[in-house]
Design a binder for this molecule. Structure first.
Ligand code: LLP
Length: 428
């Protein structure tokens, strides 16, 4: 459950009126709730307590230094996908030895850096990558800890751009070939130490069934690998979905009681624990979205309104460069006025200032009839929101704020125009 709610007619994050933040910092601004993040983490740990489980936060979802530092203080591990993310963890006070490193395209420099920093394990995605890590580790005189990502060929029933566990995807090694790949590592790659097995079937899964199917399918292989290679962990990936449509209401327990079908940390844990608890292995989970998604709203200001023949448009000061999810995945984010309205709902498109027809945050949406100057909150913006933003159309990156009770802190200053161009050069 998150910490955004109307109080006395104004939308608050914890005890802070979002209108006060918008007035002080301007918009667009991403506002995160510390309480939501720490409570959700505690819930993961409580729910998974019957297992020897470790949470490795998927950094790509939101990689602000203050958020990573908050996680690091709680002793969380990290699932990273680049040398840059590893650098960020260290810079934010995180422990590199708690990092697992996934991704299909690790470079030599990144592999060397990760070996120097003694990460927990490389999650490898191909045999050629394993050979490359073996070569580099040999040169450095170390043994590289590795796991291979198995692709279980299970359909996650999610958007086609964020499904990863079928054999049509670039990720991992097919389940039909995984045993042969482990045998090859053992026989031919002396500078690798087989430490575990990894899988991840997709993101924003709203039901537990695909997780269960993938675990059931891969479990016999895990048991075999434990016996053959003494593996110590099985990472079952991330992917737990959050509430997008219904986000604001889901800040209250009544909403959850009325939506028993919605996946929760507890229903996920209840479904997987019986399958995993007798394995005698460390179980790693890699949630990204579920750790930060509902913990943030992006504040934006309504600039103009335009009534066309067919549609009404509300122009806002945030674009697809700030949140690309609607344009890229048909992502749905609720949009609420920070000052509560009553009874003046209209149907409109909420669009940004960017010169692209795909630059919308909502289409044909029933929304309060907000007027220019009013501040809006785009909900469920914490995961893959700021982290996927860009400066397209020379728009500075947004500011970020962390709320803690009745205090708030700027955790990223709004980018300046000078900063956008500071690395550009004229030819000599
Ligand atoms: N582990 C691996 C290996 C992954 O590839 C991912 C996400 C995660 C964990 C975390 O998944 P999560 O718990 O956040 O679902 N930008 C897209 C989502 C891309 C997910 C990429 N991989 C979106 O905005 O929906």
């Amino acid at each position: 459950m998150h910490s955004f709610a109307y109080r006395n007619g104004s939308l608050h994050c914890e005890n802070v009126n979002l209108g006060d933040i918008a007035a002080a910092v301007g918009t667009p601004t991403f506002v995160y709730s510390k309480k939501t993040i720490t409570e959700d983490l505690a819930e993961f740990r409580r729910a998974l307590a019957p297992l020897n489980a470790h949470v490795a936060y998927a950094v790509k979802a939101c990689s602000n230094k203050a958020i990573l530092n908050l996680m690091a203080q709680q002793g969380v591990g990290f699932d990273i996908v680049s040398g840059g993310e590893l650098w960020r963890i260290i810079n934010a006070g995180g422990d590199p030895t708690l990092c697992t490193y996934a991704g299909v395209g690790k470079t030599e420099a990144e592999i060397r850096y990760a070996l120097e920093k003694q990460i927990y394990c490389f999650n490898c995605e191909s045999e050629n990558e394993l050979r490359e890590i073996n070569r580099i580790a040999g040169e450095m005189g170390v043994k590289a800890p590795v796991a291979v990502r198995v692709n279980p060929n299970v359909d996650a029933h999610t958007h086609k751009y964020i499904t990863t566990g079928t054999n049509e995807n670039k990720f991992g090694v097919d389940i039909t070939r995984i045993e042969q790949v482990y045998a090859t590592i053992a026989a031919e790659m002396p500078h690798l130490h087989i430490k575990g097995l990894q899988m991840h079937i997709g993101s924003q899964l709203t039901e537990v069934k695909p997780f269960v199917m993938a675990i059931e399918k891969v479990k016999p292989i895990v048991e075999k690998f434990k016996a053959l290679y003494g593996i110590e962990f099985w990472s079952i990936g991330g992917g737990i979905g959050i509430v997008y449509d219904g986000c604001l209401a889901s800040g209250k327990p009544e909403w959850w009681a009325a939506h028993p079908e919605q996946i929760t940390i507890q229903s996920y844990a209840d479904a997987i624990i019986p399958l995993l608890k007798d394995l005698g292995l460390t179980i790693i989970v890699e949630p990204g979205r579920r750790m930060v998604g509902n913990a943030c709203a992006m504040l934006t200001t309504c600039l103009y309104e335009k009534k066309g023949e067919a549609k009404t448009f509300k122009m806002i000061d945030a674009g697809m460069n700030d949140i690309i999810r609607p344009a890229l995945y048909e992502g749905y984010h609720e949009i609420w006025p920070v000052t509560e309205h009553s009874g003046d709902t209209i149907t409109a498109d909420i669009v940004g200032p960017i010169c692209e027809s795909g630059d919308f945050q909502a289409q044909n949406r029933a929304i309060a009839d907000v007027k220019p100057g009013e501040v809006l909150a785009e909900m469920s913006a914490g995961a893959y929101g700021f982290s996927m933003s860009s400066t397209y159309n020379s728009r500075p990156l947004a500011a970020e704020v962390l709320v803690d009770g009745d205090k708030w802190h700027i955790i990223r200053r709004r980018q300046t125009l000078e900063q956008i161009v500071e690395d550009e050069l004229l030819p000599e």
